[in-house]
Design a protein around this ligand. Structure first.
Ligand code: PBG
Length: 330
C-alpha cells in the first residue's frame, strides 16, 4: 500500500464548512423568474392538471399571488395571457390590445409592486385561432408579415409598463423588428430577452394545456429548432445578438445543458435557462408519487442549470425553491 500515488479529493469534502468554502455554484432567489398565467374572466383559480401547483389566475386573483411572490423574495415574473376562445382571431390581435391580458396584468403588478421586474412574453400563439405563433396562409406560417404584429405586441406591453420584452415566437428577424418598434415608440431603454435558442420540444406539452396555445394544425417545426442540432443554436444566438437582444434564452433546459454551456461560452450577454413545463410536470409527478425527494431534486436541477452557465432561470418551481433557499439560510 505504501507506494500508491493518488490525490485526496475527499479532503475538500470532509465537513459541511469546507464544502461550503469550495462550492463553485450558488443558487439564489435572485436567479429565479416566476411564470404566471393570466386568464380572462373573474374569480378563477384553475389548477393546470398536468402542472400541479400552477394555476390559471384571473386578474382579481393576481394580487394575492404577487403578495406571495414578493414575500418569498422573488424579483421577477414573466406573464402569459390565456384569452377566451371567442376572443381569438387569425391575427392574434388580443396580443396587442391596449387592454390585453398581459397589458392589464403588467399595469396591476407595477402598480402594486413597482420594484418587481415584469417580463412580458411576446407571442401570438395564445391569441390566434389557429394556435400558431405567426400569421398563417394555407398551411404556411408567414415570417415577415408576422413581424409587424410582434412589434405592436411589444410596444403595447412596454406602454403598459413591462420592464423587459421576451419574444418567443421564433420568426426570423423578430428581435430586429421589436427593437425597431420599441425604439420608434420611445422605448429604447426597454431590453429584449430573446427566446433565441428555442427547440421544437415535446416538453412544452403541459404549457399548451396551461395557455390553451396548441397549434390547431401541423406543428412548430418550421420555426422552432430541431432538437438534434447544435450549430443552429450558435447561428440563432449570433443573429439575435446582431439584431439587438439584451438577454438570450435557451429553452428547454434539462435536456439542453450542453447548449446552455455552449451559448454561455460564446456570448457576452446574460444567459437565461427556461426550465419548461414538461420538466416541471415530470419532477412533480415523481414527487407526488413519493418516488423522489422533491426539494433535493429541484435544488440539484436548478443548481445544474447555473453550473451549465445560466445566469437566470425561468422556472415554475421558483416559489418553492425560494422558500427552500430561505429555510436553509435559517
Ligand atoms: C409561446 C411559448 C411556449 C412556451 C413559452 N412560450 C409554447 C410553445 O412555443 O409551444 C413554452 C413554455 C413551457 O413549456 O413552459 N410560444
Amino acid at each position: 500500500m505504501k507506494d500508491l500515488q493518488f490525490n485526496r479529493h475527499r479532503r475538500l469534502r470532509s465537513s459541511a464548512g469546507i464544502r461550503a468554502m469550495v462550492r463553485e455554484t450558488v443558487l439564489q432567489k435572485e436567479d429565479l423568474i416566476y411564470p404566471i398565467f393570466i386568464i380572462d374572466g373573474e374569480n378563477i383559480k384553475n389548477e393546470i392538471s398536468s402542472m400541479p401547483g400552477i394555476y390559471q389566475l384571473s386578474m382579481d386573483n393576481l394580487r394575492a399571488e404577487m403578495d406571495e411572490v414578493v414575500e418569498l423574495g422573488i424579483k421577477s415574473v414573466i406573464l402569459f395571457g390565456v384569452p377566451f376562445e371567442h376572443d381569438k382571431d387569425e391575427q392574434g390581435s388580443g396580443a396587442f390590445h391596449h387592454n390585453g391580458l398581459v397589458q392589464q396584468a403588467t399595469r396591476l403588478v407595477k402598480e402594486l409592486y413597482p420594484e418587481m421586474i415584469v417580463i412580458a412574453d411576446a407571442c401570438l400563439c395564445e391569441y390566434t385561432s389557429h394556435g400558431h405563433c405567426g400569421l398563417v396562409e394555407g398551411d404556411k406560417i408567414l415570417n415577415d408579415a408576422s413581424l409587424d404584429l410582434l412589434a405592436k405586441t411589444a410596444v403595447s406591453q412596454a406602454e403598459a409598463g413591462a420592464d423587459i420584452i421576451a419574444p418567443s415566437n421564433m420568426m426570423d428577424g423578430f428581435v430586429a423588428a421589436i427593437r425597431a418598434g420599441l425604439d420608434e415608440a420611445g422605448f429604447e431603454d426597454i431590453p429584449i430577452m430573446s427566446y433565441a435558442v428555442k427547440y421544437a420540444s415535446a416538453f412544452y406539452g403541459p404549457f399548451r394545456d396551461a395557455a390553451n396555445g396548441a397549434p390547431q394544425f401541423g406543428d412548430r417545426k418550421t420555426y422552432q429548432m430541431d432538437p438534434a442540432n447544435r450549430m443552429e443554436a450558435f447561428r440563432e444566438a449570433e443573429s439575435d445578438i446582431a439584431e439587438g437582444a439584451d438577454f438570450l434564452i435557451v429553452k428547454p433546459a434539462l435536456s439542453y445543458m450542453d447548449i446552455i454551456r455552449d451559448v454561455k461560452n460564446t456570448v457576452k450577454l446574460p444567459v437565461v435557462a427556461y426550465n419548461v413545463s414538461g420538466e416541471y410536470s415530470m419532477v412533480k409527478a415523481a414527487a407526488i408519487n413519493g418516488w423522489i425527494d422533491e426539494k433535493a431534486i429541484v435544488l440539484e436541477m436548478l443548481t445544474g442549470f447555473k453550473r451549465a452557465g445560466a445566469d437566470l432561470i425561468i422556472t415554475y418551481f421558483a416559489k418553492e425553491a425560494a422558500a427552500w433557499l430561505r429555510d436553509e439560510k435559517n
